[in-house]
Ligand binder design. Structure first.
Ligand SMILES: [Zn+2]
Length: 436
C-alpha cells in the first residue's frame, strides 16, 4: 500500500543515491583527467600536441566543475519544489489568479505548467550564461554575443510554447475524457508527437536558429554524389550549417525522416577537413541511416515511455503520490489542475528511477557508433575517418583520457582510443584503397 511517508522516504533515498552516484562519477572523471594531464597518451603521441592535450584536460575539468555545481543546484531545487512545498504554493497561487472554469477548465493547468517552466528557465539562466560567456569564452569556443544569446532564448521559449501547449492540452484532455486507459492514448499521442517533431525539426525548427545551405563545393559535391550512389541512398542530401555563428565547436549529425532526412555538417568542421575526410564522416552518418539506427532508437524510446505512462496512469490516482511529494491533491474526476500536478511531479521524480539504466542506453548508443564506423570503413576511406575523428576531438577539446567507468556510464560515443583501435583493426588486415 502506497502511503505518503513511504513515497517521501523512497523519493529521498532515490534522490540521495542518484546524486551521490552522479557526484562520484564526475569526481572520478575529473581525477582521471587531471592524473593524465602531463603526458599525451602513447597512442596519440605522434598526432596530438601536448598543448592540445592539456587544453582538453582543462576544458573537461572546467565543464566538470560546472556540472557538479549545476547538479547541486538542481537537486536543491527539486527538494524545494516538492518536499518544501514550492509546487503546492505555486498551485495555490494559480488557483487564486485564474478562474476554475476559464478555457473550459484548462486555463489553471496551462498557467501552472507555464509558470513552473518559466521559473525553472529563469533560475537556470545564470548557469547557462556562465557556460557560454564563462567556460566556452575562456577556452576560445564562444562566438555568441549577449544579443544573440537573448534572441536564441526568446526563440526557444516561442518554440516551446507553440509546440508544447497543444501537446499538454491534448494530454490533459485525454486524462479528463478518455477513462482509466487514458495513459495508453496519451502514450500514442506522445509517440505521434515525437514523429512530428522529428519531421518538423530539420524543416522548420532548426532553420529558426541557423542557416542551412546545400553543399556548393564542386569537387566535394561529386564525391558526395558518388558516395550517395554507392550507398544506395536516395532523397535528402548534405547541408552545411553556420555553426560558427555561435561556437567554434565542430560537428556533423543526421536528422529527420522520410523526405526531410538529411546529414548536416557544421561549417566549422567542414573547413577543417580534407575532401576524403568529409566523405568518410558523411559515410559514418549514412551508416546510421542504412543500419536503421533511428527506428531502433525510436522503438527503444517508445517501450520505455510506455512503461512510464502506465506507471503515471497508476500513480496519478494515488493520493499518497502527491502528499508524499509535498502537494495537496484534489482527486475529483476531471480536475485538470490536479492532472497537471500529476504530470509535473511524475516528470520531476520518476526519470531518476531510470538512472541506473543509463549505462545500458549509453552502451546501445556506442554500439551504433561502432557499427556506423565499420560501415564508413567499408564505403569510404577508413584512414581518413580516423584522421577526421582526431580533428573532431581536438576542435572540441574532448579528452583522450576519460575515466573508464565514467565513459561506460555516460558516453554516447566510444572514447577515441577504442574507436580508433576498432577502425585500425578493420583497416589492417586488408587496407581499404583510397578512392581516386
Ligand atoms: Zn555517429
Amino acid at each position: 500500500m502506497l502511503t505518503p511517508p513511504l513515497v517521501s522516504a523512497t523519493f529521498v533515498a532515490v534522490l540521495l543515491v542518484t546524486f551521490l552516484l552522479k557526484f562520484w562519477l564526475l569526481q572520478r572523471q575529473m581525477r582521471h583527467v587531471a592524473a593524465h594531464r602531463a603526458v599525451v597518451p602513447p597512442a596519440f603521441a605522434a598526432t596530438v600536441s601536448l598543448a592540445a592535450h592539456q587544453k582538453a584536460a582543462d576544458y573537461t575539468m572546467a565543464k566538470g566543475r560546472l556540472a557538479l555545481f549545476s547538479q547541486l543546484l538542481s537537486t536543491a531545487l527539486l527538494v524545494g519544489w516538492t518536499l518544501l512545498g514550492g509546487l503546492d504554493a505555486l498551485s495555490a497561487w494559480v488557483q487564486g489568479m485564474v478562474g476554475a472554469q476559464t478555457w473550459g477548465g484548462y486555463a489553471q493547468a496551462l498557467v501552472l505548467v507555464g509558470a513552473f517552466a518559466l521559473i525553472g528557465m529563469v533560475l537556470d539562466l545564470p548557469l547557462e550564461a556562465y557556460a557560454t560567456f564563462g567556460v566556452e569564452q575562456r577556452f576560445g569556443f564562444n562566438h555568441s554575443s549577449v544579443g544573440l544569446f537573448a534572441v536564441d532564448l526568446l526563440k526557444g521559449v516561442g518554440v516551446a510554447v507553440v509546440i508544447g501547449t497543444p501537446l499538454l492540452w491534448g494530454v490533459l484532455a485525454l486524462m479528463r475524457e478518455a477513462g482509466t486507459a487514458w495513459w495508453l492514448w496519451a502514450w500514442i499521442l506522445w509517440i505521434g508527437f515525437q514523429l512530428l517533431v522529428m519531421w518538423l525539426y530539420p524543416l522548420v525548427i532548426a532553420p529558426l536558429f541557423n542557416k542551412f545551405e546545400p553543399l556548393n563545393d564542386e569537387g566535394l559535391v561529386q564525391r558526395v554524389q558518388s558516395l550517395f550512389q554507392r550507398a544506395g541512398f536516395s532523397a535528402a542530401g548534405l547541408f552545411v550549417m553556420d555553426g560558427s555563428r555561435r561556437s567554434a565547436h565542430g560537428n556533423a549529425y543526421f536528422t529527420g525522416w522520410g523526405r526531410a532526412k538529411r546529414v548536416v555538417f557544421f561549417d566549422t568542421l567542414l573547413s577543417r577537413l580534407q575532401p576524403p575526410e568529409v566523405e568518410a564522416v558523411l559515410a559514418h552518418e549514412l551508416g546510421h541511416f542504412k543500419l536503421k539506427h533511428v527506428p531502433k532508437r525510436l522503438v527503444q524510446f517508445a517501450l520505455v515511455s510506455l512503461a512510464g505512462f502506465a506507471l503515471l496512469g497508476w500513480l496519478a490516482q494515488q493520493p499518497a503520490f502527491y502528499l508524499g511529494l509535498g502537494v495537496r491533491p484534489s482527486l475529483v474526476e476531471g480536475n485538470d489542475l490536479n492532472n497537471a500536478l500529476a504530470l509535473m511531479l511524475f516528470l520531476m521524480t520518476v526519470p531518476m528511477l531510470a538512472y541506473p539504466l543509463a549505462p545500458l542506453f549509453s552502451a546501445a548508443s556506442r554500439k551504433h557508433e561502432f557499427e556506423a564506423d565499420a560501415y564508413a570503413c567499408a564505403q569510404a576511406d577508413g584512414q581518413a575517418l580516423a584522421e577526421a575523428l582526431l580533428k573532431l576531438h581536438e576542435d572540441n577539446a574532448s579528452t583522450l583520457t576519460p575515466d573508464p567507468v565514467y565513459a561506460r556510464w555516460t558516453y554516447s560515443h566510444p572514447p577515441a582510443v577504442e574507436r580508433l583501435a576498432a577502425i585500425r583493426a578493420q583497416l589492417n588486415p586488408q587496407p581499404v584503397a583510397r578512392p581516386a
